[in-house]
Design a protein around this ligand. Structure first.
Ligand SMILES: *[C@@H]1O[C@H](CO)[C@@H](O)[C@H](O)[C@H]1NC(C)=O
Ligand SMILES: *[C@@H]1O[C@H](CO)[C@@H](O)[C@H](O)[C@H]1NC(C)=O
Ligand SMILES: *[C@@H]1O[C@H](CO)[C@@H](O)[C@H](O)[C@H]1NC(C)=O
Ligand SMILES: *[C@@H]1O[C@H](CO)[C@@H](O)[C@H](O)[C@H]1NC(C)=O
Ligand SMILES: *[C@@H]1O[C@H](CO)[C@@H](O)[C@H](O)[C@H]1NC(C)=O
Length: 622
C-alpha cells in the first residue's frame, strides 16, 4: 500500500515539476562505480534508514538484481538538512551523484553517495524499516575477494597492484567475490545475526566479525584462519566484515577472538580502505571463550636424540621492558623451557634510545635471569650485534635475533670464531669431512642488498652431549608494515616487502643448499618470524626447492590451527619452522601456544606474536 502511494507521489511530482525521477538502483548500477557519477539527479525516493554525523542512509525500492544495491548514503554537513529528515521518513530529494574516497591516494575504493541534497520532501513518516538479514536473505562468499585477483596464489599473487578495480569497474559477481558482495549492499541496512569477533578491536574501536552464515577456515578459538580453499587457492576470508563505530555515539565493547555479541543492525559503508557495517548502536557481549591458553603439551624427554625447541618474537624487548617477566613466564610455564629458543626482536641494552649502543647482553641477561628466577633453569645466550641502525625495526632499538640455550643440552660446535655484523657465514669441510661453519655463530650474506634495513639471519652450529649435530637459522624477514588493505583498489593488494622477503628467502635457501651439498643428511632447523603466510607460496618456494619442509606440514597440524598472529580479519601464521629432510624423516611435533592471541583483551596481550614449540630428533629415535 505504502509503495503504491509512493509511486503515485513520484509520478505526480514528475508530472508537476516536469523532472524525471531516478531510482537508487539506477544510481548504484551493477558495478563498483555509479553509471551516473557526477550527474545531478532529482526525484530520488527512499526511506531514511539511519542518520549519521554527516549524512543519512536511504533504502530505495527493491530490485530483483542482487548485483544492484538499493541503499544510498546521502552526504551533507548541513544540520538543517539533517534535521529535516527522521528515520522512518519516506522522502524524495535531488542531489549530485558522486564517488567519494577518504584519501587522496588511489589505494582505497570509492563510496557512491548523493551529495548536495536539495528539494527534500517528506512523503510519509513512521514507515517500518526491515534490514537485509545476512546469512538469511543474502550471504557473503567465503573464498575470493575480487575477480582481479588472478594468478597462482590468488589474492596473494605477485606482482601486486597490477590492476585497479576502479579503472576496470567490473560488473559485480556478489555470489563469488567478497568485495562485489559488500559493494552490492553498499548503503543498505543489514542485520548481522549472532556476530563473532575475529580479532581485538583496533585503535578506533572497530572490530572484525562474521555472523551466522557459512564460513570457511574457522579455527577452534572462533577466528578465521588463512588457509587454502578447496580449489587449492588461498582463501581471503571475504565473509568477514569490519564493524565500525556505532552511529548513535555509543562505544563498541572491547572484544577478542571468539567473543559472541548481540545482533548488529547497521549500514554497509566503505571508508578508510574497508567495507564495514556501521552499527546503529553498539552490540553487547553475550559470551566469551571460556578456555584460556594452555601450556604446550609437547615437553622435553630423556631421549638423547630428541631436541625440544621454541620460537618467540618477543616484540621489542629491552632491559627495561615491562613485559620481560611475562615473557619469562611464557617460556618457563607455557613452553616448558625448551632446549633452544629462537628469539626475535631483542633490542640493544638502551632499547629504543638511539645512542649508538648495539650490545644486547643486558637485555638477554635480564630475560635469562627472569626465567631462572621463575623456573630455576639457567639459559645461555648468543647473538651478533648488528651495525648500528642498519637492521630496521623500531629506530634506535637495533632489534636482532638471539638464541637462548640450555648448556646441559647443547653447545656451540667449538673451533670457529663468532662472526660480527658483516662477517659472512659459509660452510666449510672439517678434517673429518663433516660440514662446519667459518663463523659460529654467523650471519647470512650480511652485505647483500636483500638485507637492507632488515635483520640478517643468525646461523649457528650446535652439538649435543651425545655428539649429535644441528645447524640452526634464526630469521626475522622484512616487515609487511604499510601494506594495502585486503579491500584495496589495487589488486592483488600491495603486500609490502614481498619482493624483498622473496629475495631474503632465496639467500637463506642458497645457504641451506650449501649445507646440504656438504652433507645431505645434515640436521637443519630454519625458524623465526617470516612476516609471511605459507599461502604466499612464491615467497617460500626457494626454501622448499632447497629441500626444507615446513614443520607444521610434517607434524600434520590441522591447517586452520596453524597460526601465530591475528591481523584484521585473519588469524594467520607469520612464524614458521622449516626442517631439513633428515629431520623431517624422523618425524616432527609442533604446537603454537596461543598465550597472546587468546588474551581476553588487547591490553592483556604480551607480544603481538604467539610462541611455538617443536620437537625433532637429531639421530634415530630411541
Ligand atoms: C510517528 O509515531 C510517533 C510515535 O510512535 C508519533 O508521535 C508521531 O506523531 C508519528 N508521526 C507521524 C507523522 O505519524
Ligand atoms: C598502485 O598503483 C597505482 C598506479 O600506479 C599507484 O598510484 C598506487 O600508489 C599504487 N599503490 C600502492 C599501494 O603501491
Ligand atoms: C544460525 O541460523 C540457523 C538457521 O539458519 C539457526 O538454526 C541457528 O540456531 C543459528 N545459530 C545461531 C548461533 O544463532
Ligand atoms: C655486557 O658486555 C660488556 C662488554 O663486554 C660487559 O662489560 C658487561 O659486563 C656485560 N654485561 C652483562 C650483563 O653480561
Ligand atoms: C623474581 O620472581 C619474583 C616472584 O617470584 C619477583 O617478585 C621478582 O621481581 C623476580 N625477580 C627478577 C629479577 O625477575
Amino acid at each position: 500500500m505504502a509503495t503504491r502511494v509512493l509511486q503515485a507521489v513520484a509520478v505526480l511530482s514528475s508530472l508537476l515539476g516536469g523532472t524525471a525521477s531516478t531510482s537508487i538502483a539506477e544510481i548504484q548500477g551493477n558495478a563498483f562505480l555509479s553509471p551516473l557519477n557526477g550527474q545531478r539527479v532529482s526525484g530520488v525516493t527512499g526511506l531514511v534508514t539511519a542518520k549519521a554525523h554527516n549524512g543519512f542512509y536511504l533504502a530505495g525500492e527493491p530490485v530483483d538484481d542482487v548485483r544492484v544495491s538499493t541503499g544510498l548514503y546521502v552526504y551533507t554537513t548541513s544540520s538543517d538538512v539533517l534535521d529535516s529528515v527522521t528515520v522512518g521518513d519516506s522522502i524524495s530529494l535531488s542531489g549530485i551523484v558522486s564517488e567519494f574516497r577518504s584519501s587522496s591516494k588511489p589505494d582505497y575504493l570509492f563510496l557512491t553517495e548523493l551529495a548536495s541534497p536539495s528539494s527534500i520532501e517528506v512523503l510519509s513518516s513512521n514507515n517500518t524499516i526491515s534490514p537485509v538479514i545476512l546469512g538469511y536473505d543474502r550471504s557473503p562468499p567465503t573464498q575470493k575477494l575480487s575477480a582481479l585477483d588472478v594468478g597462482d596464489d590468488g589474492w596473494l599473487t605477485v606482482p601486486n597492484n597490477n590492476t585497479r578495480i576502479e579503472e576496470i569497474n567490473p560488473t559485480l559477481v556478489p555470489t563469488v567475490y567478497g568485495l562485489d558482495f559488500w559493494e552490492s549492499l553498499e548503503g543498505q541496512l543489514v542485520q548481522i545475526p549472532s556476530p563473532i569477533a575475529l580479532n581485538f578491536e583496533n585503535t578506533y574501536g572497530e572490530f572484525w566479525a562474521h555472523g551466522n552464515w557459512t564460513v570457511t577456515g574457522k579455527n577452534a578459538r572462533g577466528g578465521l584462519s588463512l588457509n587454502f580453499g578447496l580449489d587449492g587457492f588461498p582463501d581471503a576470508n571475504p565473509e568477514a566484515i569490519l564493524i565500525g563505530n556505532p552511529l548513535d555515539g555509543t562505544d563498541n565493547p572491547k572484544v577478542a577472538v571468539g567473543v559472541t555479541l548481540s545482533d548488529i543492525v547497521g549500514v554497509v559503508h566503505y571508508q578508510f580502505g574497508f567495507y564495514q557495517v556501521i552499527p546503529l548502536t553498539a552490540p553487547t557481549i553475550l559470551a566469551v571463550p571460556s578456555e584460556t591458553a594452555q601450556p604446550a603439551s609437547i615437553k622435553a624427554d630423556d631421549d638423547a636424540c630428541s631436541l625440544f625447541f621454541g620460537d618467540y618474537n618477543v616484540e621489542n624487548m629491552a632491559p627495561t621492558s615491562k613485559h620481560v617477566p611475562d615473557v619469562a613466564n611464557h617460556i618457563a610455564a607455557y613452553l616448558h623451557n625448551p632446549d633452544i629458543l629462537f628469539l626475535q626482536e631483542i633490542q640493544d641494552n638502551s632499547g629504543p634510545k638511539d645512542d649508538g649502543t648495539i650490545s644486547a647482553n643486558i637485555t638477554l641477561a635480564t630475560l635469562t635471569n627472569a626465567i631462572k628466577n621463575i623456573s630455576g633453569v639457567a639459559y645461555s645466550y648468543v647473538d651478533i650485534d648488528p651495525e648500528d641502525g642498519q637492521d630496521g625495526g623500531q629506530p634506535g632499538g637495533n632489534i636482532r635475533q638471539a638464541y637462548l640455550y640450555r648448556s646441559d643440552k647443547l653447545e656451540l660446535v667449538p673451533g670457529s670464531p663468532a662472526g660480527t655484523a658483516l662477517d659472512r657465514v659459509q660452510v666449510q669441510e672439517s678434517t673429518d669431512g663433516t660440514p662446519v661453519l667459518n663463523f659460529n655463530p654467523g650471519r647470512i650474506d650480511p652485505e647483500s642488498p636483500a638485507w637492507d634495513s632488515s635483520r640478517k639471519p643468525l646461523v649457528a652450529h650446535w652439538q649435543t652431549p651425545s655428539g649429535a649435530r644441528l645447524f640452526t637459522v634464526n630469521l626475522h624477514l622484512t616487515s609487511k608494515g604499510g601494506s594495502a588493505t585486503t579491500h584495496a583498489n589495487g589488486r592483488t593488494p600491495v603486500n609490502l616487502g614481498v619482493e624483498q622477503r622473496t629475495s631474503q628467502v632465496e639467500h637463506v635457501a642458497a645457504f641451506v643448499q650449501s649445507l646440504l651439498a656438504a652433507d645431505p643428511a645434515a640436521n637443519i632447523i630454519i625458524s623465526g618470524d617470516f612476516n609471511e603466510y605459507a599461502q604466499t607460496r612464491s615467497v617460500l618456494r626457494a626454501l622448499e626447492d632447497a629441500g626444507a619442509v615446513e614443520a607444521d606440514e610434517v607434524a600434520g597440524v590441522a591447517e586452520v590451527e596453524r597460526y601465530t598472529y591475528v591481523y584484521d580479519q585473519n588469524t594467520e601464521q607469520l612464524d614458521h619452522a622449516f626442517v631439513s629432510g633428515a629431520i623431517a624423516g624422523r618425524g616432527v611435533e609442533v604446537e603454537h601456544v596461543h598465550v597472546n592471541n587468546w588474551a581476553r583483551t588487547y591490553a592483556e596481550r604480551i607480544s603481538d606474536h604467539d610462541p611455538s614449540v617443536g620437537k625433532v630428533w637429531l639421530c634415530a629415535r630411541a
